[in-house]
Write a protein that binds this ligand. Structure first.
Ligand SMILES: Cc1cc2nc3c(=O)[nH]c(=O)nc-3n(C[C@H](O)[C@H](O)[C@H](O)COP(=O)(O)OP(=O)(O)OC[C@H]3O[C@@H](n4cnc5c(N)ncnc54)[C@H](O)[C@@H]3O)c2cc1C
Length: 394
């Protein structure tokens, strides 16, 4: 049976970053897929938004927990680490991307760094058990050899769960650590489209607008993309996280502000300047024709009416176009999952308080962030924290 200093389960963002930091140690990186970093390639629409210069803790579900780790490794440390590996970065609106704007560049750099460290990488290996006995972890699972399913088993002093979540094409393997005594908050899709009532979005599927989105106390301006089941886009994604975190309820209103730069009064003034037109012509030239149709419908006006007496009602609809939240898209559409292993059961080095020398990093823990590089930053930060601890031991 192969023995290692550290077994990292999961060859995604956090697992690879950790392996790249453990040069000179006997490390096994075990990945279920036939290649490492598959999800990384899909990040940031294929561009990989690897961190954000606005590293405010309000962007996380567990702000004070995350803060203690960000104090040790933040966005600037991420940029410096990747630059040391050879990645040139660029900043667009505080979001940090590889200069190539190509996620595969990040994966190439990480894969190269892992290789240089001498890590043994086992792809196509699905871990299904972690057992602890006499200061040793035994990690077992299955792999395919010549089309035949074979079991495998490795041992190590330390084990790190870096298995992420089942968002998009991921896998939920948190049962490996609940078996060690950990509790877990069930994963709920986050950063995902929101399902709404159908009437207000009728005919809008495929239309994109730059708008303000309000849900409870949260307000964001960004792209909104209408779907046949609801709404999507970055501003909507961040609202979905509020629902996944239990801060907003299904059944709440989500309002769209189609003219976020203007107050209601300013919108009224703009419209009044159109003169003595009919309602049907009033908004042509301002919005997509399908949006115009829905705004007039929601304002309860008739296209043949004279516009001037209806302008207050129309301006109010433009500023507070109301949808009712009916649910969240499923995990196959989500960028992250909200939920995971209970953070209170891990110490300041992210070592399990249930089982010595077992660690969890990345999305497997109950930490999720907004859109904009916050989730990958957590993957890098948590991996670095564990690397620092392990490096002191070996
Ligand atoms: C479409 C999309 C776009 C995104 N864009 C961004 C972005 O631009 N910026 C950002 O910050 N975040 C983004 N995210 C989120 C980000 O990708 C994740 O938060 C991050 O990858 C989590 O890192 P991780 O290491 O915890 O998990 P992952 O990167 O998911 O890696 C976990 C790995 O563990 C493997 N694994 C799981 N179970 C087992 C098992 N039992 N045995 C062996 N291997 C196992 C998985 O196959 C996987 O490769 C995006 C996510 C998606 C889906």
């Amino acid at each position: 049976m192969k023995r290692f200093d550290v077994i990292i389960i999961g060859g995604g963002a956090s697992g690879m970053f950790l392996a790249s930091e453990l040069a000179g140690r006997r490390v096994a990186l075990i990945e279920a897929n036939d290649r490492v970093g598959k999800k990384l390639l899909a990040t940031g629409n294929g561009k990989c938004n690897l961190t954000n210069l606005d590293m405010n803790i309000v962007h996380y579900n567990r702000p004070s927990f995350v803060e203690t780790y960000l104090d040790r490794f933040d966005a600037h440390d991420t940029i410096a680490s990747f630059e040391r590996m050879g990645l040139i970065t660029k900043v667009i609106d505080k979001r940090v991307y590889p200069y190539s704007e190509c996620a595969s560049t990040v994966l190439d750099i990480l894969r190269g760094a892992v290789q240089k460290c001498g890590t043994e990488v086992f792809t196509g290996h699905i871990v299904n058990s972690v057992e602890y006995f006499a200061d040793t972890y035994t990690v077992g699972g299955v792999t395919k050899v010549d089309g035949q399913t074979k079991s495998f088993s490795f041992t190590a002093d330390n084990v790190v769960l870096a298995t992420g979540s089942n968002a998009t094409f991921g896998r939920n393997s948190n049962n490996l650590f609940t078996a060690l005594g950990h509790t877990n908050r069930e994963f709920t899709p986050a950063l995902v489209p929101i399902k709404t009532n159908k009437e207000p979005i009728k005919g809008l599927s495929g239309v994109r607008v730059k708008a303000g989105v309000r849900c409870g106390a949260r307000y964001e301006v960004g792209e909104v993309l209408f779907k046949d089941f609801g709404v999507s886009g970055i501003a909507v994604f961040n609202m979905s996280s509020e629902i996944a975190r239990g801060k907003l309820k299904i059944g709440s209103n989500l309002t769209i502000d189609f003219m976020p730069e203007y107050s209601v009064g300013e919108v009224e003034n703009l419209l009044r300047k159109r003169g003595n037109v009919r309602v049907g012509e009033l908004l042509t030239g301002t919005f997509h024709s399908k949006v115009v149709d829905r705004i007039l419908w929601a304002s309860g006006v008739n296209p043949d009416d004279l516009a001037q007496p209806k302008i207050s009602a129309i301006a109010r609809t433009i500023k507070t176009y109301t949808l009712k939240i009916e649910g969240l898209g499923d995990s196959s559409l989500s960028q992250v999952m909200s939920g995971g292993l209970n953070i209170r059961e891990f110490d300041h080095n992210l070592m399990s308080m249930k089982s010595k020398n077992a660690f969890a990093i990345g999305e497997a823990l109950d930490v999720d962030g907004d859109c904009g590089g916050y989730n990958l930053q957590w993957a890098w930060t948590s991996a670095r924290v564990v690397a620092e601890y392990i490096r002191k031991q070996y």
